[in-house]
Design a protein around this ligand. Structure first.
Ligand code: HEM
Length: 474
């Protein structure tokens, strides 16, 4: 059960080669001539005409997956406008898809619909040999010396940013976190110093992100979010093309400077265009995900005052005003909190892949040329793996209980396999540093009328009410 049957490589040999070489014209030819597979033989329904299951997915994808699972089991089909998909749920499915040992799954052909022309040539949409080569190079920019440089930049920015928040009254915490991370990102990732320049780039970046959710993505619709996003991309492109030569000449501590120094095994540097595309995507991959994680953590801390005090004591026990690299693992309880928040509220609740070949999974025939979807959210609440999964319980991740260790693929907030999040460590550093400056100086609380975390999981997990929280100076 669960292991894929090897299907003969037929016309797919060509697409494998095109993906491995990132030969986009050849990939596009394949896309044009290859119809999506029919999935009607799989368990499930098509939902309502045209919209399929879209309404239920947008309303509460978790509840919808639970219902589908209860009725049809771990494999079922779904429909939303322009997209049919097979859901494969549970750790076994996660392992099959993320490990991708048989090379069945393509990232490009799945993520392309979301990223097309907005985040071109990014790492997540690359496959096989081409992905491996690019990831190998980019990895060096996420090692200790680089992160230490970023920490120097981030410590004062996060501290001052938090201190500028209004205290003593309820404020939309998610929006404040978002702006703080955008400003920090402009400096840490791009090396911008002037505030008005950061604002301009942040606006452009926000427009690109909004455009990914435009279902039509048509250039002709001049007032659409997509066209706004394309203009935003041009603003970032102009900035990069002007600044890359400067960073090559004089490197700073920012990520753009790091990317300018990266070399492949033959000593060749990335081209200006490659740097531009990689950095624009990293901005995207880093930003909303971390905003989502910090929003969830703030809610859990506002709800659990005693636990918040324990974290505060942990921060004080470091006896320092600025977090250093070696302090990060010492914030153990904060680490457990981060893990638990990402279990309950994973930023990316579902992840798509495209099948290049037929395979069998749990007695079902899954055809080539369809989208399969795996879900962190579903797996993170499976009662077979988690005690009382709806309860906030950071100690479930402690060494003694190690609830997350029953199956290597039961806990996947950062994905898994070859495409596992490249910024995982960076995000831990940033989240802990944020909490370090916040909790040492402020108490976070919520109104008694706020009885639950009001959030949506699609497209990313975000509070729907801006997260009204109160911060009081200690
Ligand atoms: C809490 C914060 C974050 C979460 C929850 C998160 C989650 C994820 C997930 C689930 C994936 C895999 C998606 C898939 O397989 O389809 C991913 C990939 C990626 N993430 Fe993150 N991420 C976070 C922060 C960051 C940060 C801070 C950076 C960069 C500084 C980053 C850079 C990337 C990159 C470059 C990839 C693509 C990796 C590849 O394809 O090889 N992420 N992230």
């Amino acid at each position: 059960m669960g292991s894929p049957a090897r299907a003969p490589v037929t016309d797919s040999a060509e697409i494998y080669q095109a993906l491995a070489n990132y030969d986009k014209p050849a990939i596009r030819r394949y896309q044009r001539r290859t119809p999506m597979a029919d999935l009607s033989h799989l368990p499930g329904t098509w939902g309502v005409p045209f919209f399929g299951h879209l309404y239920w997915m947008l309303k509460d994808v978790h509840a919808w997956m639970d219902r589908q699972y209860a009725e049809y089991g771990p494999v079922f089909r779904s429909r939303s406008p322009r997209l049919d998909s097979v859901f494969l749920l549970g750790p076994e499915a996660n392992q099959l898809v993320f490990q991708n040992e048989e090379g069945i799954f393509s990232n490009f052909l799945a993520w392309d619909q979301v990223f097309r022309t907005l985040f071109d040539n990014n790492l997540l949409e690359r496959d096989f040999a081409d992905h491996k080569a690019n990831r190998r190079i980019l990895q060096s920019a996420f090692k200790r010396p680089a992160i230490e440089g970023h920490m120097e930049l981030m410590n004062p920015m996060l501290r001052d940013g938090i201190f500028s928040w209004q205290t003593g009254r309820t404020i939309p915490a998610k929006d404040h976190v978002k702006t703080l991370l955008l400003n920090t990102g402009a400096s840490v990732f791009l090396g911008t110093e002037a505030a008005d320049e950061s604002d301009r780039l942040n606006k452009a970046f926000t427009d690109i992100v909004a455009a990914t959710a435009d279902p039509f993505k048509r250039k002709e619709i001049w007032f659409s979010p997509y066209v706004k996003g394309l203009k935003g991309r041009q603003v970032l492109t102009d900035y990069m093309m002007e600044n890359i030569p400067r960073r090559r000449a004089q490197a700073g501590r920012d990520l753009l400077s790091q990317f300018c120094q990266l070399r492949d095994d033959d000593g060749k540097l990335f081209s200006d265009e490659e740097i531009r595309d990689h950095i624009i995507f990293v901005l995207f991959a880093a930003h909303d995900t971390t905003t989502s994680a910090l929003s969830a953590i703030l809610y859990t801390l506002a709800t659990n005052q005693a636990w918040q005090d324990e974290l505060r004591a942990e921060m004080h026990s470091l006896n320092t005003d600025a977090l250093a690299f070696d302090d990060v693992p010492r914030l153990e309880k904060t680490g457990l909190t981060l893990k638990e928040a990402l279990r309950m509220y994973p930023a990316l609740s579902v992840m798509p892949r495209y099948t290049l070949r037929d395979f069998e999974f749990q007695g079902h025939h899954i055809p080539a040329n369809c989208i399969v979807t795996v879900s962190s959210l579903f797996t993170h609440y499976m009662p077979e793996y988690w005690t009382d999964p709806h309860t906030f319980d950071p100690y479930r991740f402690s060494a003694e209980r190690a609830e997350d260790k029953k199956d290597f693929f039961q806990y996947i907030p950062f994905g898994g396999g070859a495409h596992k999040c490249l910024g995982m460590h960076f995000s831990e550093v940033q989240a802990k540093m944020f909490l370090f400056h916040l909790l040492k100086n402020f108490r976070v609380s919520k109104d008694a009328s706020m009885t639950r975390y009001r959030y949506n999981n699609i497209p990313l997990t975000f509070p729907v009410d801006g997260l009204p929280l109160r911060f009081d100076r200690l």
